[in-house]
Design a binder for this molecule. Structure first.
Ligand code: MSP
Length: 641
């Protein structure tokens, strides 16, 4: 059993939690859940950074004491993490006595060892970053991160002799290429170290700032924010007794790229000077920006973006953040992209699979002993699961959540196709095919069991629902995620509405009940029928719909859409473009030259950037999508009634 101790940054209490904070904490949580699945001893720490000038200022502006203000925001963080299902083992606050005690001990030790001296320094300071910037780092006289004016501060302070560790740190980074990951950030730190490293100011005079931890060797000074904050990672376990013994040697940090320098330069040199073993790895992710597309107009800032968790569900939000960001690179958030992912990956791929597989198993099972032979198609599912797990394990070593999820979704796609091709609904009609049906249902139950385990870090609620529905046997452990061992069909409860589709409001948008939903929901579970159970319509209403024969002249996939094909069709004399949601069932080439039936008088709608003029008719049942074609040839443009 290996030990894994992971930290998030401790967040400033001058503002409430937003999308950015949630991103780091969710990534850390997914990683810790995964490591627990592997059977590791895991300790997951998060918390709040409560001292410093900015917090004192914000509290004063709110007419509160800094402590009262910090209490309020720290509580908001705790509550947010609880709601998001974050499984942290501890929550540290820098105003807690257990933290202050360790900070003072380390300060005293460094002072006694001559690592801290009293001196004077003048430089350009950013209150947002709570650090000085060197001439080289300043862009147009402003902080490169906040783009705000810097303040020149010159005062007597205590300094940590950071400069003396420059060569040592360069060597450490060269000898340990995986110390800071991904590589681009290791290179960035090596870049900082090409310039002479300055000593680090670690204090503020109490005459200017009282809201900090007093220096044990001079009570007219408090310690400066980074020296206080970084030590939280150590103080949380140094003061924890039996529960946290042996953890420190395994510590790994997860941060956003904005705080690379403090973590990549200040922190290792502080640890080295204090004689504390260094952290094992620093994992650095990129930044979210807000996309500018239409639907996302409603999302003006990171706080509003965060509110989408409540609108669309915590699992969906977690999934989007993990799936859409390439670890280490920046990503763009928009409500539109979020809803697209939700509809395509969660409602359609996973939701439909869970629904149709559980419905089929519930109807055909349970079976105590499946005797039919394992066929190539069944074996392919078992192999697919093993491959998905291998990729998952390798991706998680690198915090590559996107890749991990990609591998699971490749498996989900394979199982959806397996349902299509093995067509259990057809097998069920023929008693002679009962043994084969049982084998297929067994493979499906096995696949759901696999998903109930491997999805746990990424979609904790949905994974639990899947496990509950199949009465998941055995412990929740990665080792149990194997397809091919099950020899029975368990009693399964139908899983419905795991991820309801979000109607994107446009009358014909992907996901509305118009064009999009036909192909999109084509793996359907019969729900379309339920939706259309309204009252009867007079014939005059039906006559408003103009149905015509059309010939497909050309067909191609709509870029970035799994479901949509762009068709060029001829309707009588007229040629027009139409988008059809059938890409998962028909190759574009297979449609060229065919005659189909369309609704010719629909208002145009734009789907994934392509204007659609009309709608192709298709039937769908249990995953089979079948286009309406003609029994005898008639010219394109002919009326259908
Ligand atoms: N208190 C310091 C950290 C001290 S750690 C010893 C701090 N706090 S913060 O509240 O500003 O949080 C910064 C962190 O929040 C980033 O490193 C990142 O983890 C997360 N993010 C904040 N905005 C973000 C984005 N827009 N995108 C991604 N993550 C972001 O700095």
């Amino acid at each position: 059993m290996s030990t894994f101790y992971l930290t998030t940054p401790i967040y400033y209490v001058n503002a409430r939690p937003h999308l950015g904070h949630a991103c780091t904490t969710i990534m850390a949580d997914a990683m810790c859940r995964y490591r627990r699945l592997r059977g590791d001893r895991v300790f997951f720490l998060t918390g709040t950074d409560e001292h410093g000038e900015r917090i004192a200022q914000v509290a004063a502006a709110a007419g509160k004491s800094p402590q009262a203000y910090a209490d309020e925001i720290a509580a908001a963080y705790r509550e947010t993490w609880r709601r998001l299902g974050i499984t942290n083992d501890d929550f540290i606050r820098t105003t807690e006595p257990r933290h202050k005690k360790v900070v003072q001990e380390v300060l005293q030790r460094l002072y006694d060892a001559g690592e801290i001296y009293f001196g004077e320094y003048g430089g350009w300071y950013c209150f947002g970053c709570e650090r000085f910037y060197t001439e080289k780092e300043i862009v147009d006289g402003k902080c490169p991160d906040h783009q705000t004016a810097l303040t020149f501060i010159k005062e007597k302070n205590y300094f940590f002799k950071m400069s003396k560790y420059q060569q040592w740190l360069i060597k450490h980074l060269e000898d340990n290429p995986d110390f800071i990951q991904p590589d681009r950030y290791r290179n960035e730190v090596l870049g900082f170290l090409r310039e002479p490293l300055q000593d680090l100011s670690i204090s503020r005079p109490t005459s200017r700032l009282e809201w900090g931890i007093p220096l044990p060797f001079d009570d007219k000074y408090v310690t400066y924010v980074w020296f206080d904050a970084l030590l939280n990672y150590y103080s949380a376990v140094a003061s924890g007794g039996e529960k946290t013994r042996g953890l420190w040697e395994h510590v790994e940090h997860l941060i956003g790229k904005d705080i690379l320098k403090p973590h990549g330069v200040y922190w290792p040199t502080m640890l080295k000077a204090a004689g504390i073993p260094l952290y094992r790895h620093l994992h650095v992710h990129g930044y979210w920006s807000l996309g500018g597309s239409k639907m996302s107009k409603s999302v003006g800032n990171v706080v509003e973006a965060f509110q989408l968790t409540d609108k669309y569900g915590h699992d969906a939000f977690r999934y989007f953040l993990l799936r859409e960001m390439n670890f280490g690179l920046d990503a763009s958030f928009s409500e539109e992209a979020f809803v697209d992912r939700l509809n395509a990956d969660l409602a359609n791929d996973l939701g439909n699979l869970a629904s149709r597989a559980s419905t089929l198993i519930a109807a055909g099972g349970p079976v105590a002993q499946v005797t039919a032979p394992v066929e190539a198609a069944d074996r392919a599912i078992a192999t697919g699961a093993a491959e998905a797990r291998a990729t998952l394990e390798q991706a998680m070593e690198e915090f590559a959540f996107q890749k991990a999820l990609g591998s699971i979704w490749a498996f989900i796609g394979a199982v959806n196709r397996y349902v299509d091709t093995s067509a259990p609904w057809a097998l069920a009609k023929d008693p002679a095919k009962r043994p084969r049906l049982e084998r297929v249902l067994c493979t499906l139950a096995d696949s759901l069991g696999f998903l109930g385990v491997v999805l746990e870090p990424f979609l904790p609620d949905a994974a639990r629902k899947i496990r509950e529905a199949i009465g998941a046997p055995g412990p929740l452990a990665l080792d149990a995620a194997v397809v091919g061992r099950l020899a029975s069909v368990p009693a399964v409860r139908k899983i419905s509405g795991l991820f309801p589709r979000v109607d994107t409001k446009s009358p014909q948008g992907e996901g509305s009940k118009g064009e999009g939903s036909k192909g999109e929901g084509s793996k359907g579970e019969g729900s379309k029928g339920e939706e259309s159970g309204g009252g009867k319509i007079p014939i005059a209403d039906f006559q408003k719909v103009e149905l015509r024969v059309a010939e497909v002249l050309a067909a191609e996939r709509v870029p970035k859409s799994k479901k949509l094909l762009k068709l060029s069709i001829r309707v009588g004399e007229e040629t027009r473009t139409l988008v059809a949601g059938v890409a998962e069932s028909y190759e574009p080439e297979a449609l060229v030259g065919r005659k189909v039936v369309i609704v010719a008088n629909l208002e145009p709608a734009t789907l994934m950037g392509v204007e659609s003029n009309g709608m192709v008719l298709a039937a769908s049942h249990e995953g089979t999508v079948s286009l309406l074609t003609l029994d005898k040839d008639v010219p394109s443009g002919s009326k259908v009634k």
